[in-house]
Design a protein around this ligand. Structure first.
Ligand SMILES: *Cc1c(COP(=O)(O)O)cnc(C)c1O
Length: 376
């Protein structure tokens, strides 16, 4: 067989203002280009320990079991569900967009019995409905919700929602893929038992790693399971020996070594900036973008009080062709913004201000490009 004559891949230079990935700073890419070492090398173990403590800072938690799962946000999600849902467990699942729907799918596949609490796409989860669901289902073992719904740009009141679960002795699983590093995620203050995030959104690293954190109550539930976790790769009982071996780490799988250098660098950058400053920066750039979008006549779909600063969903103006406009942004301006998902496909654009993409230069560039494309 003849070898295909294909040259090295040279990606175009884009400005990433969609729902993730966000712009990756050169400093993070440089960190990933450092020499690969063995994943059981003591130097690598030291880096893993540092990553864990940096992640505790990002999650604002003292949870010992805090580490990056080797896989995208979706693998972090499955890790939470396959470990914490036991066959027959009743689980209250909040759905107000695409990612809540994925949680429902995970509950079913893990053998759980879902009780769905639905809210309109574009709205936050209604805490009163969650309270009513617990009142009607007092035996529910778990509550699951998405803190920052990337499909719509709505942010829910995680403190209020998880307090209801606590009051009923249930554990909570929170998706904070898009919120971590962009808006406050306070795992301990809110009493969240399990949370998963992603490397490529407000942490501005490359995709493929999923930071997770588990409370002592969550670990106790996993240890007390009557049935083994059905996934070998994601079984926390086994992963624990790799990420928390404390001097006697044992082989579980080969960690993605260089991507982990990247995540370490991204987290060092977050610590240098200060997480409160990162939250304030996302908020300030959102305000600047919002002012410009409103000047262009683009209306937000989420009510102001429920809006997520790092994901701005606006209605596509009448007479503007969605696909053609986004193609022009990409081809003429090297600018990526997000399309609508599900029922919102063709109706909205999702403009991300995540991580390094949340900077004034990007906001101004995006507003200029949008004005041209919609003819303002
Ligand atoms: C992006 C995203 C995910 C999935 O993350 P992947 O890295 O794409 O697997 C899950 N939940 C939310 C809210 C997201 O925005």
């Amino acid at each position: 067989m003849q070898a295909p004559r294909i040259a090295s891949f040279q990606p175009p230079r884009r400005t990433l203002m969609g729902p993730g990935p966000s712009d990756v700073p050169q400093r993070i890419l440089d960190a990933m280009a450092r020499p690969t070492i063995g994943h059981l090398d003591p130097a690598f173990s030291d880096m893993m320990e540092q990553t864990k403590s940096l992640l505790r800072y990002a999650f604002q938690t003292e949870n010992k079991l805090t580490f990056p799962v080797s896989g995208p946000g979706s693998v972090g999600m499955e890790t939470c569900f396959v470990n914490l849902v036991e066959p027959g467990d009743q689980v209250i699942v909040c759905i107000n967009g695409v990612f809540g729907g994925r949680m429902l799918e995970n509950v079913k596949r893990s053998g759980g019995v879902p009780v769905v609490v639905e809210d309109a796409w574009g709205r936050a989860v209604d805490a009163a409905k969650v309270a009513a669901a617990f009142a009607a289902n007092p035996d529910a073992k778990l509550l699951t919700f998405v803190h920052a719904e990337t499909s719509t740009g709505a942010q829910s009141d995680a403190a209020a929602i998880s307090a209801i679960a606590r009051g009923h002795g249930a554990l909570s699983i929170m998706d904070c893929v898009t919120s971590l590093g962009g808006t406050p995620v306070l795992i301990d203050a809110w009493g969240i038992d399990a949370a998963y995030s992603g490397s490529q959104k407000c942490l501005s690293c490359t995709p493929g790693l999923s930071p997770v954190t588990f409370s002592e109550r969550a670990i106790a539930k996993v240890k007390a399971r009557a049935t083994p976790v059905q996934s070998w790769f994601m079984d926390l009982n086994l992963v624990l020996g790799y990420w928390s071996g404390e001097g006697k780490r044992t082989y579980h799988h080969t960690a993605p070594i260089n991507p982990l250098y990247g995540l370490h660098e991204a987290l060092v950058m977050l610590a240098e900036e200060g997480i409160e400053n990162a939250w304030a920066r996302h908020r300030a750039e959102h305000e600047a973008l919002k002012a410009g979008l409103e000047k262009l006549g683009l209306a937000f779909i989420v009510p102001e009080a429920e809006r997520l600063p790092q994901l701005n969903s606006v209605t596509i103006p009448a007479g503007v062709d969605d696909a053609a406009a986004r193609a022009r942004l990409l081809n003429e301006f090297n600018l990526e913004i997000g399309a609508g998902l599900g029922a919102l496909a063709g109706k909205i654009w999702r403009i991300g201000l995540m991580g390094a993409s949340a900077r004034r230069e990007n906001v101004e560039y995006c507003l200029k490009a949008l004005a041209e494309v919609i003819g303002k």
